[in-house]
Design a protein around this ligand. Structure first.
Ligand code: ADP
Ligand code: MG
Length: 322
């Protein structure tokens, strides 16, 4: 299949809203709404670094490529508008592989109203490389940045942490997914759901200060908020939320649930800080959006970037590439 036939097949999978020019011209054209700001984010996914081509189903890889980028828009309190996909394909990936990949990408992006509006396609001599960019929007002045945390804020997360890292341990250890719980955790790794609704809710709460999505584990991600804001934090290790599936499986395998939940990453939940008097507003807004809210610690006025892990001797760190 040639490049242009491939682009046509990709284009056919996405419904582009009225007024937007998507795939087929030199640029996408997206109308600018008055009173809104544009958000833009881009992420690389490289074979052997972010996924293992032989192990990941193409549908899941397409899903996740879209999800991790939309999650960055959610992390600012924004709404995704459109996605861009540049893909370099090594020899040997046939058209059914790309079809499944695009189906996964479309399935996730459709859920969040974020059609594919453009991209680039190339052959690769060094393995599969994927780059996704997403454009989003938020009301002017309402995005939630990393540098806004204040001493006294509560540190909170949406959802539970560590499911994805536990699923990844099964994938890497090569254990066949036996139980329903293992399958569930593997699914949580391959099919993350970005917290777009939760982010939009939190963007409307005045006392919500700093926010980001959890891609590398709070052991790493919280430090980004702390450094950007010039503050420190204490985290109650026992309060870090975990799913019953993760707790059961880790107990059977003898794995440390705290390390997986704090250092594991790829949960794509939201981590945010909120003034104590705004907590109940944030919590009830999230509950209405069908999302859990957990308070796990507080921001302190110590050395920037320091975390005190209450109830544990471990100095937890998250994932880093280098
Ligand atoms: P250009 O000469 O600008 O690189 P291309 O022939 O590469 O144009 O692309 C033609 C159209 O197809 C453009 O609108 C581009 O955004 C889109 N496109 C190319 N590759 C992809 C892809 N992998 N996913 C989505 N859109 C793509
Ligand atoms: Mg091109």
């Amino acid at each position: 299949m040639g490049e242009f036939e491939l682009i046509e097949r990709i284009k056919a999978q996405f419904k582009v809203p009225e007024g937007i020019t998507g795939i087929g011209d030199d640029c996408a054209v997206i109308p600018q709404k008055e009173g809104f700001e544009t958000l833009f984010t881009t992420d690389l996914l490289i074979d052997g670094v972010h996924f293992i081509l032989g192990k990941a189903a193409p549908f899941d890889l397409g899903w996740k490529s879209a999800a991790v980028n939309i999650s960055d828009i959610a992390a600012m309190g924004g709404r995704p508008v459109g996605a861009f996909l540049s893909i370099a394909l090594p020899q040997g990936l046939d058209s059914s592989w790309t079809d499944r990949f695009i189906e996964g990408f479309a399935a996730l992006s459709e859920k969040f109203g974020c059609p594919l509006l453009g991209g680039d396609t190339s052959a690769s001599k060094v393995g599969l490389c994927i780059n996704v960019g997403v454009i989003g929007e938020c009301k002017a002045g309402c995005s939630k940045k990393r540098n806004m945390a204040e001493p006294g804020d509560l540190v909170c997360t949406t959802g539970v942490l560590g499911d994805s890292a536990t699923g990844l341990k099964f994938i890497l250890d090569g254990c066949p997914a036996g139980s329903e719980m293992e399958k569930y955790l593997i699914q949580r790794h391959y099919r993350p759901l970005p917290r777009v609704e939760a982010g939009l809710v939190l963007a409307t709460v005045t006392g919500v200060h700093a926010m980001m999505d959890i891609s590398d584990g709070i052991g790493s991600d919280l430090r980004h908020i702390l450094k950007a804001s010039g503050v420190s934090a204490e985290i109650d290790v026992a309060a870090v939320p975990k799913s019953p599936q993760m707790l059961t499986v880790c107990e059977a395998e003898g794995w440390s649930t705290d390390s997986l939940a704090i250092c594991g990453g790829e949960d794509y939940e939201l981590l945010f800080t909120v003034a104590p008097d705004a907590f109940s507003g944030a919590e009830s807004g999230l509950r209405k959006a069908g999302c859990e809210c957990h308070r796990i610690g507080r921001i302190t006025a110590g050395e920037a970037g320091q975390i005190e892990w209450l109830g544990s001797e471990t100095d937890f760190r998250g994932f880093t590439h280098f």
